[in-house]
Design a protein around this ligand. Sequence first.
Ligand SMILES: Cc1ncc(COP(=O)(O)O)c(C=O)c1O
Length: 482
Amino acid sequence: MARAATDLQQLAREHLWMHFTRMGGYGDDEVPIIVRGDGCYLEDANGNRYLDALAGLFSVNIGYGFGEEIGQAALEQMRELPFYTNWSYAHPRAIELAAEVASLAPGELNRVFFVSGGSEAVEAAWKLARQYYVARGEKRLHAAVAEPETRHDVLAAGSRTLPRRTKAIARHVAYHGTTFGALSLNGIPALRMPFEPLVPEVRHVRNTNRYHRPSEETEEEFTRFLLDDLEQTILAMGPETVCLVHMEPVQNAGGCFTPPAGYWQGVRALCDEYDILLSADEVITGFGRLGYWFGSERYDIRPDIITCAKGLSSSYASIGAVIATDRVMEPFLEATSMYAHGITFGGHPVMCAIALKNIEIMKRERVIENVQENEVAFKAKLETLLDLPIVGDVRGTGFFWALELVKDKETRETFTDEECDTLLRDFLSPALYDAGLICRTDDRGDPVIQISPPLVAGETEIDEIVSKLGDVLVQAWERMGS
Ligand SMILES: Cc1ncc(COP(=O)(O)O)c(C=O)c1O
């Protein structure tokens, strides 16, 4: 039986611990409780309606309207086989989904390892990279026993020696998840600090934020500048100790940093030169957000590994995946070789059935085509907001956009930490929500509003997003001015 909104409020306050949430903030304020969704819209426990311009968390790619159809696929799978594991066994849905994902992924990315979500995918990618070089036969740093002869010697050597290539490179301000490995890749000091010491060793290189670069710098110079930084970092770490470069095709945290021309080709070339695996974190960009099945295709990244999750099932299920190339898989195909990693729910049959149905719906409903058909108009409409004094930059691609908010458009001066708190937390977040628009205000880098609606949104929803944003940003400027 459905509980009354007041009961839910009470129970939420007493028992629910929300993620990344200042729980003390709900002393007087109501906990926002979302009770249903349809298309691009959500409804809360008080009957208010919201346009979800964030698609859950950059993730409900087909929108909220396919519960019946996906539910039916889940029910059929529950009847047939509610659970079995991918540890040493296969089952039809995991096999079918692996083949489907491999067919959508670009190039030689043909091998799929399932996990439960984005952090687990990133975690698994770094572990895979570490083990790849060992499996390939690369020498270890400290050989503990000279020539192992017995099985015991081999195990002893394995436990007392370190793989040579263990380090990873990611970018400043990037978000890659919260489990220890993924957290260590994060380039957001405030998220890392409470949990240090983290997994050694990650260094962060410059991201592709162009907005605060010198105005006279050409795109080519910018690309060179970024690639020099990456190469210097590889050299400083010791190229023979680095196993992974892990980056998003378009970086989310900091606000949709798109790559300058030649950037990905340069990153790929450096990874080739120093024999480092390149991993594209497509937890957000995978499955259509940039108007392609994968952002790697959009930018011709040619990664060795892709991590994905959210859009794989449009978040109707908790499933993610690591997709590896034939080259990465090769050493693991040796008779005695094994990627020493697994989790109970990786490749859960019901989650796989849901993801398969999601992909079927995405194809049938022409979801990727919808992004391509609407992205130019979406960009143009968002750019009308540049007329407002508070909007310094509009950037992104596909259905993945950010507005950077500034104090002074001429100088591109940003708000202080205190001002950001007032602007984003005290005013914009609640004001947008009250206006019936869910999007995200973020100051992990400079202050931005992130816009990332379901990929089924059309002209009506785009107009509503832009109009509501405009109204609230006018009020925000008045408020900050005073
Ligand atoms: C790029 C990227 N990688 C990894 C993650 C972690 O995914 P999850 O929250 O499913 O663990 C996220 C989450 O937003 C993400 O945006």
